[in-house]
Design a protein around this ligand. Structure first.
Ligand code: ATR
Length: 270
């Protein structure tokens, strides 16, 4: 039996155990996947204890940066994200750190037939969530990615860090009003039911795709706004959650699960 799990604090409500158990069932693999509550000041100890027998772990809030710091080897996308959401024990016992969040977003967009290449994209927010998606997003060759943030300096900093990977700019909310192809909400505003101060003209009716990296049972405030502006399609982050898990499952087992039926099962349970 191979042991997997997800570290976080809190962790009880994580959907990852269900997702990975469904992937295992689908793939015919015998594995265990449990929620792993680490103390806020004891993440490193909890990880070494787990990996005495464990094969791999997901890492969620608030430990992704600590997981980045303790990994012995890092993927390019994890190095860029400066955060790790997937740890894998290698044969020599060392820990490989990866970040599958951005691949999750990109795969969910592609599943929904959203073309990223040559598109103009606004990414709202400049925190850890946005940092995690930029490398995989830029790898799809968009026309332009503009990071929009209340605190413009943070957007400028991110744009500088990623500009070698593609055309990046940074701006404040009141600098922009021209319509774009894709708007991705990576702010934490949806958590508190807030809407970033967006100009209505950013959405071209029937054309612009809006993606909220958050998800909830009911349409998020950002997606409600997007629908009111006539967005061609609105998506929430549940698909990204399942796809980042699928990518982690692939990193661990070499088996790429089919995310679609698992997403359907999760949506039905919200
Ligand atoms: P996370 O790890 O989820 O990215 P974070 O690093 O705290 O969390 O970043 C939160 C992001 O959401 C920031 O970009 C924040 O903007 P500021 O940097 O200006 O604080 C953004 N954010 C949070 N609430 C917001 C709101 N109501 N409107 C617009 N942006 C908001």
């Amino acid at each position: 039996m191979n042991y997997y799990g997800v570290f976080g604090n809190p962790i009880a409500h994580s959907k990852s155990p269900l997702i990975h158990r469904l992937f295992a069932e689908q793939s015919g693999l015998q594995l265990s996947y449990e929620p792993l509550l680490a103390p806020l000041d004891g993440f490193t100890e909890a990880v070494s204890e787990f990996f005495r027998n464990g094969s791999g772990a997901n890492i969620t809030v608030p430990f992704k940066e600590q997981a980045f710091a303790l990994a012995d080897q890092l993927s390019e996308r994890a190095q860029r994200a400066k955060a790790v959401n997937t740890l894998k024990k290698l044969e020599d016992g060392s820990l490989f750190g990866d970040n599958t969040d951005g691949a999750g977003l990109v795969n969910d967009l592609l599943n929904n037939h959203v073309q990223i290449a040559n598109k103009s994209i606004l990414v709202l927010g400049a925190g850890g969530a946005v940092r995690g998606i930029l490398e995989p997003l830029l790898a799809q060759n968009p026309k332009e990615v503009c990071i929009v943030n209340r605190t413009v300096e943070k957007a400028e900093q991110l744009a500088r860090e990623f500009t070698d990977l593609g055309p990046m700019t940074a701006c404040g909310y009141d600098w922009i009003d021209a319509p774009v192809d894709i708007i991705i909400n990576g702010t934490s505003a949806s958590l508190s039911g807030d809407l970033p101060p967006l100009a209505n003209t950013l959405v071209k009716a029937g054309d612009t795709l809006c993606y909220d990296m958050m998800y909830s049972k009911h349409t998020t405030v950002f997606n409600q706004w997007a629908q009111q502006q006539g967005a061609a399609l609105t998506l929430d982050g549940l698909g990204m959650l399942v796809e980042q898990a699928a990518e982690a499952f692939y990193v661990w087992t070499g088996v790429r699960p089919n995310a679609a039926p698992v997403l359907q099962a999760l949506r039905a349970q919200l």
